[in-house]
Every structure is written in C-alpha cells, then in structure tokens.
Design a protein around this ligand. Structure first.
Ligand code: GDP
Length: 306
C-alpha cells in the first residue's frame, strides 16, 4: 500500500487536500457544498457522469440517514467511489499474477497507442511473472517501430526473459505465430505479445490487431487468453476515446493504467472504469521494473483519500 500511496502522491495532494478543506470548512450540507464537491471531482478528471453518480448517491443516502457530521459524510463519499469500482471488479482474481488452471502457455496480448508505456509495462509484467517462477516469452509483434523493438529487447534482458523478434517490417502475425509455436516447444508458462500502436492509421492498426489474434488461434485455438489495454493516465479523457477503438476491434479483457505517478488527475481512473466497465488489472506508478502494482479498488481509494 505504501508503494501505491507514494505513487499517487500528486493525486492525493490535489484531491485529498481540496476535499479535506471542503469538509473541514463546511457547516451545513447544502447545494453549495455539493457544487463545491462537484467541482473538485471534475477538476480531478473523475468525469461528469461519474461525478453526477457520486453526488446523487450521496444525496440519496443523506436523505435516508439525515446525517450532518462531515466525517460520516466523507466515509459515505468513499463508499460511493468503492461501489462504482467494485461493481466492475467483483470477479478480480485475488492473486493478480495467477495463471488460470490448465492454461499453458497463458497468452496475453498487450495493446495500446504508442507512448502510453506499453513497452515498459511488458517489461514489468515479464519481471513479475519471472519472479514468481514462471517461464516467460515475449513476442515482438510491433514490427513497425524499430526503436520499440530495441527498447523491448532491453526490457526483456532486464527481466531475464527471452524474446522472439524478426526484422523491421516483418509480418506481425508471423511473429505472433512463431512466438506461440516456440512457447509450446519450450514449455513456456506466460507469453506476452507486444503489438503496434501507431494511431495515425487507426483502421489499419485495428485490422492488424484482429489478424494477429486470428493467426495466434491457428497455433492455440483459445489464444489470446487475455487482451490487456495500456492507457496513459496523464492523457485524461483521451484515454477513454482510445479505449473505445481497441475495445471494438479486439475485445479488451483488462486495463493497465500507467503514469498515475505523473498526474494530479488520477481521478481519471474512476471515469475510465465507469465508462468502459472493464476491470483494471494493474497500475503503473513509476518507470522502474517494480513499479507495476496490482489494482485493488479499495486500496486505491484509501491511497488517494486517507
Ligand atoms: P510505448 O511507446 O507505449 O511502448 O511506451 P514506453 O514503454 O516506451 O514508455 C513511454 C515513456 O513513459 C517512457 O519514458 C517510460 O519510462 C514512461 N513510463 C511508462 N510507464 C510509466 C509509469 O507508470 N510512470 C511514469 N512516470 N512513466 C512511465
């Protein structure tokens, strides 16, 4: 929890300070109080819909319980946030790096727009699985960016795992195909497939991702077992727009929200979850190899509001 708290310092300072001020200066809970609360939440990128839900949930509860003690109301606010996150995270595996029974190799396809932290996240994931005694193989199916491949190679080395690559411009599907074949032959536990994320050719990219998926299924019929979308928290509402494209094209099963340490607007995580109804698997709270944290809804709320 300390690591998460530290990573969320900017958001915490922003949100907690303003909310504490509001609650400590409030004498009567009236429309003015709610207007102020609304403004604070929207400024933290919580999103208009989500903010409205929170405020109306709070009002509803206060109508029933007629409480004017601000400490209790503050705990109601946390309950509202918790309700929304937990409604999407009910089936979250208690051990985030667990591999489903009988699945070998466990194939995870990683998607996302360039710059969001995809390469770094793959390195962090590889490191985490490897540290838990798993054999990991990375497939470099972003054959579009030569620099991305070099970076990925560095991360693979850092994590101490192997990587399957081909020359720049090679068919991404072929790389994914080779990676899965190789994973079967080498008794690999976890396969991480990197993919391209060039946004300026959106349609082509989505077709490419669909094709990679199809080609993988020629080797392992139910692969990929997971498709995780990496989103950059510092891009705010843009992240939601990106997520819509990827969700429609490849059926995203989980989110990884990066750079939460780099923003005071970590509230965007609520907006993303509320909008997409896709569980957050991990959060990125730094550039280091162990700066990937499993996402726990209530720990997240505590980290920014306690
Ligand atoms: P890609 O283009 O999506 O593969 O992005 P990269 O993995 O190359 O990351 C882009 C930049 O974001 C790099 O400078 C990373 O160090 C940085 N980055 C990635 N994840 C995080 C994070 O959780 N926190 C911070 N502060 N920086 C991150």
């Amino acid at each position: 929890l300390k690591k998460i708290k530290d990573g969320l310092t900017k958001t915490r300072n922003n949100l907690l300070e303003k909310i504490s001020n509001l609650f400590s200066t409030t004498k009567i809970i009236d429309e003015n109080f709610f207007a102020n609360l609304e403004e604070i939440l929207i400024t933290a990128d919580v999103g208009v819909d989500m903010t409205n839900m929170i405020i109306s949930g709070l009002k509803e509860r206060l109508k029933k319980e007629s409480i004017d003690d601000t400490r209790t109301i503050f705990s109601f606010l946390k309950d509202e946030l918790s309700k929304i996150l937990n409604s999407v995270h009910t089936f979250q595996n208690p051990e985030p790096f667990a591999i489903p029974e009988g699945v070998k190799p466990f194939v995870i396809m990683i998607v996302g727009v360039n710059g969001v932290g995809k390469t770094t996240t793959i390195g962090k994931l590889a490191y985490n699985y490897k540290s838990r005694g798993k054999k990991v193989l990375i497939g470099a199916a972003d054959t579009f960016r030569a620099a991305a491949n070099e970076q990925l190679e560095i991360w693979a080395e850092r994590a101490g795992v192997d990587i399957i690559q081909q020359q720049k411009g090679a068919d991404p599907g072929a790389v994914a195909f080779d990676t899965l074949k190789s994973a079967l032959a080498r008794n690999i536990d976890v396969v991480l497939i990197d993919t391209a994320g060039r946004l300026h050719t959106k349609t082509n990219l989505m077709e490419e991702l669909k094709k990679i998926k199809k080609v993988m299924q020629k080797v392992i019929p139910d692969a990929p077992h997971e498709v995780w979308l990496v989103l950059d928290a510092t891009t705010g509402q843009n992240a939601i727009q990106q997520a819509r494209y990827f969700t429609q094209a490849v059926g995203v099963t989980g989110l990884i929200i990066t750079k939460l340490d780099g923003t005071a607007k970590g509230g965007v995580l609520f907006a993303i979850v509320n909008e997409l109804k896709i569980p957050v698997k991990f959060i990125g709270v730094g550039e280091g190899i162990d700066d990937l944290q499993p996402f726990d809804p209530d720990a997240f709320i505590d980290a920014i509001l306690e």
